[in-house]
Design a protein around this ligand. Structure first.
Ligand code: DGL
Length: 273
């Protein structure tokens, strides 16, 4: 019996928040973390470039390390590249999009904040999500361009600029706003600092658990496919779940320590291409 293997893809370190949620729900899974950080941030790229780069990067990684599920752990890539990935790849693809629906279910005041990259807050996909699931809510969209850079630097060892962070979040400091959606996978990595800046927000919503549930469901489907050879998975806990880390640019200095703090011990390859 082998372990199920899941590939996570992001433009940088943000997908580690999803990797952490996956490891909590599926402690036996092997994880392969792939980041196209040579092109970070994806929010600054044309949509067709995001699609081409995402496809090329995951395809070459899947050729080297075949996986049972691919998780596109990046809102910016998911909101444009999912149809192309699903059409081109055999592996099931899970995408992450801002958790507007659960936020609308939680908000008592019907006033929600969406914190995402400037690219994600502008995407038509977001208008559709809000129209379908939060039509009766006031939604404040806030895209802070520096935020993903601060988080990348945090992982590499520089502290977050706390004062600037709280200043940048000022548009969400409104008395009736009770729920904030973290619409970028980088943001749950600094959840404590965000809560400190916005102490009156009651509900913080990210996509980690939903992605973990969907991935677990897809793996269950594969395990119950009796026609497949080697279909049952080893479900003993995996203390060092990360089988490989592949970055297209430089690997951030503090990466392995940061991952260890999330329970994401690295068992083998660290690769910079
Ligand atoms: N983690 C990515 C996301 O969820 C980062 C955004 C970017 O590269 O612009 O959107």
């Amino acid at each position: 019996m082998r372990r199920p293997r899941v590939m996570l893809f992001d433009s940088g370190v943000g997908g580690l928040s999803i990797a952490g949620s996956l490891h909590q729900s599926l402690p036996w899974a092997e994880l392969v973390y792939v980041a196209d950080n040579a092109a970070f941030p994806y929010g600054g790229l044309a949509e067709h470039t995001v699609i081409d780069r995402t496809l090329a990067t995951v395809r070459s990684s899947l050729d080297k390390l075949p996986c049972d599920v691919l998780v596109v752990a990046c809102n910016t890539a998911s909101t444009v590249a999912l149809p192309a990935l699903r059409a081109a790849l055999k592996v099931p693809v899970v995408g992450v999009v801002p958790a507007i629906k659960p936020a609308a279910q939680l908000s008592v005041t019907r006033h929600i904040g969406l914190l995402a990259t400037p690219a994600t807050v502008r995407r038509p996909y977001l208008d559709e999500l809000i129209g379908s699931f939060a039509a009766d809510c006031r939604v404040e969209r806030l895209g802070i361009p520096e935020l993903v850079h601060w988080i990348e630097r945090l992982v590499a060892g520089s502290p977050l600029p706390g004062v600037e962070l709280c200043e940048a979040l000022a548009p969400l400091r409104q008395r009736s706003l009770d729920t904030v959606v973290l619409g970028c996978t980088h943001y749950p990595l600094i959840a404590a600092a965000l809560r400190e800046c916005l102490p009156n927000v009651r509900f913080w919503v990210d996509s980690g658990e939903a992605i973990a549930r969907r991935t677990a469901w897809l793996l269950d489907q594969q395990a119950s496919d009796e026609t497949a050879v080697d279909s049952r998975f080893d479900t003993t806990p995996n203390p060092e779940p990360v089988l490989a880390v592949r970055f297209s640019g430089d690997i951030p200095a503090g990466l392995v320590g940061f991952m260890a703090a999330l329970g994401l011990g690295v068992s083998a390859e660290l690769h910079c291409s």
